[in-house]
Ligand binder design. Structure first.
Ligand SMILES: [Zn+2]
Length: 156
């Protein structure tokens, strides 16, 4: 559906968050830049959690603060920079979304207050070899979802 690129600096932030959370889930909000047709780059992500990432319901206040900060820094260019979706970790199992993950994302994209045309869910883990692994899924307001392409920039 879409391609989502994770720049090296964001990968480093992710590794740090995953390491700090250990065997607990962590997650947050993704802010992206529209870099081409169907192609987004993650420019910023908030980190919440440590501790069971409570049924993946966002800590709304903290998420909104992160969004406001991002929009201030990016000059309120909503056409180019916007809320892209959510991320969280699956420290000890597959990076594929659970049924609850799918439903949570559909709840967000079908929420008229969010007003999103689509939302992306990224799930990450660090493999035993120390590599960052992830998956990307995109959700549409019509209730459909599909696999998207996750690109870890700089990886061979
Ligand atoms: Zn999950």
């Amino acid at each position: 559906m879409l391609t989502v690129t994770i720049p090296v600096d964001v990968q480093q932030a992710l590794r740090k968050a995953l390491k700090a959370a250990g065997t607990d889930e962590c997650g947050g909000v993704l802010m992206g830049e529209h870099v081409g047709p169907g192609h987004f780059a993650v420019r910023h992500l908030s980190v919440q959690g440590g501790g069971r990432f409570a049924s993946f319901v966002r800590q709304t206040q903290s998420a909104l603060r992160a969004l406001r900060k991002f929009f201030n820094q990016s000059g309120h260019d909503y056409e180019r920079f916007n809320y892209l979706g959510e991320w969280h970790s699956h420290p000890s199992f597959s990076v594929q979304p659970s049924p609850t993950d799918h439903q949570s994302m559909l709840d967000i994209v079908m929420d008229v207050r969010v007003g999103a045309n689509f939302v992306v869910l990224l799930i990450f883990k660090v493999s035993h070899q120390g590599d960052l692994e992830g998956s990307a899924h995109t959700y549409l307001p019509d209730g459909s979802h599909g696999l998207s392409t996750l690109v870890l920039a700089g990886a061979a």
